[in-house]
Design a protein around this ligand. Sequence first.
Ligand SMILES: Nc1ncnc2c1ncn2[C@@H]1O[C@H](COP(=O)(O)OP(=O)(O)O)[C@@H](O)[C@H]1O
Ligand SMILES: [Mg+2]
Length: 255
Amino acid sequence: MRENMADFLTVDSLNKSFDGIVALENFSCKIKKKGILGLIGPNGAGKSTFFNVLTGFITCDSGKTNFMGTEITGKSADKIARMGISRTFQDLRLIRQIRVLDNILLCFRDQPGEKLRNTFIKNSLVRKKEKENKKKAVALLEYAGIADKAGSLANDLSYGQQKLLSITCCLAADADLLLLDEPVSGLNPVMIEKILSIISELPEKGKSVILIEHNMEAIMQISDRIIFMDTGKKISEGTPQEVRSDPRIIEAYLD
Ligand SMILES: Nc1ncnc2c1ncn2[C@@H]1O[C@H](COP(=O)(O)OP(=O)(O)O)[C@@H](O)[C@H]1O
Ligand SMILES: [Mg+2]
């Protein structure tokens, strides 16, 4: 276990401020392979900023991140995505005016035709790859239970279905590490259960997850470790049971 933790994702002392507002302060953590880490903390704690730094959407002021033996600090978002880190956004960021199926197709890491120069070879290979990808996309939508919506515009899905679609897009990227930003907040209990069951099956598919969520019950249910952060700092870390019984957390979450 220990060596796994060191090898997979090591985040070392990240700092990030926005015009003097500290969003991350010496934030460090280690993620083990096939683990589900829950990240909790009040609004403005720096949780989404951590995802933004990890995925290269913003640069940090200082600190280092090592992913599967490679330093990824300062690399572009595109490069980090190709290395195997995929994410959802709190505000989803689906492409709303295209079909559900096309949202998935755009997320495959091996887009057909990108590397081929010969047009003749390209045509037949690209067609074959496109067919394969379409099959994979339909299978993913079936897995998520929204295959009947494949031809609908993403914009026409319910909010819960849009959340499901954003997770399915993340699955399509076939990343080793998935970062999910509030995947069940604002959803009804049936949809919450559905999404939690998809997330909890990820480790057995070889995937690792970091999950930001305000729904305490949900995050305690599926995480094997929890980090509680506030004002950019790690306040507490441990198993769900340990963090749940930390007096500082009880104070922050219970009136
Ligand atoms: N792009 C940005 N520009 C300016 N300030 C930001 C930006 N992103 C986050 N912040 C600030 O950083 C702090 C942490 O925000 P955020 O990471 O979104 O918190 P959380 O996701 O835990 O609610 C907040 O004070 C927020 O206002
Ligand atoms: Mg956030």
